[in-house]
Design a protein around this ligand. Sequence first.
Ligand code: PEP
Ligand code: MG
Length: 328
Amino acid sequence: ARKKLHKLKKTPAVSLDGIEVSLLANIELPEDAHAAMESGASGVGLFRSEFLFMGRTGVETQLPSEEEQFLAYRQAVQTMKGKPVTIRTLDVGADKPLDHNDHNILNPALGLRAIRYCLKEPQIFLTQLRAILRASAFGSVHILIPMIAHAFEIDQSLAMIQQAKDELRAEGIAFDDAVPVGAMIEIPAAALSLPMFVKRLDFLSIGTNDLIQYTLAIDRADHEVAHLYNDTHPAILQLLDMTVSAANKANIPVAICGGMAGDIKLTRLLIAMGFRELSMPSALLPEIKQEILNSNIAQLEPIAKKILRTYDPRLVQEMLRGMQGQQF
Ligand code: PEP
Ligand code: MG
């Protein structure tokens, strides 16, 4: 079994009809990159950088310096040995509070979080961008911006990245000038205004955890409404379909990095909808790869189309089960 798993690690995730799907890992700390490599991931699709900022105590109560961040990002990049590492800029607030910023907000999920926080605290944002750019000189780095809903947020973020580059250049510090910049699609308004995104950005990544929270208006951390957290609600499937279609049309990559990407019950549906990049916890990667190796995407496509046209949750579940049980 070990030998089989080892062989699987080196095998690319190619469907029975010859379509390759890129399987990437989600990490929270730089040392998690080892598990990503071990799982056979073709890169890091989501480095949740906020974990460097959270839960700091004692001498570490200050936010991490540019140097500390640079070393952390470089460590992940070097561990991945040239494979792409998508570093998401600080996504604090709501379920991921920054201790020193933790006051009583009525609706933290709708409050000053992620890119909203970074644009209000440009010094913190700029420090992080400089650290990420410096790490980009050591491998393949992508910058991913969370919680974007407005065109001006994209424009201001791009301007901040430009400023960080200008500073580094003036200081003679190396970075990759062509580092791709993408946005998380995790607010329904973003999925409903994709032309605004594809025009300005190099790639998209769908955060299904927040997309479901905001679309279905259920707090993702509230157990009382956990039973309403339905990832195959027709509204969610429509938003995913709109996003993959718009990205394909604009010819830019689109990934899913939320929990749906690592759910084997959904793998066949997602690849049949056209997704070619899935980012998930490393531990889930082998079984998702096995599922892709056993799938014929062309034969699954008509069922995915049918699922997208069906607004009957029971029928959706039935077709999903049928899809999962299908042998080729
Ligand atoms: C998401 O929202 O799906 C996501 C990937 O980001 P996080 O879970 O860190 O909010
Ligand atoms: Mg999110």
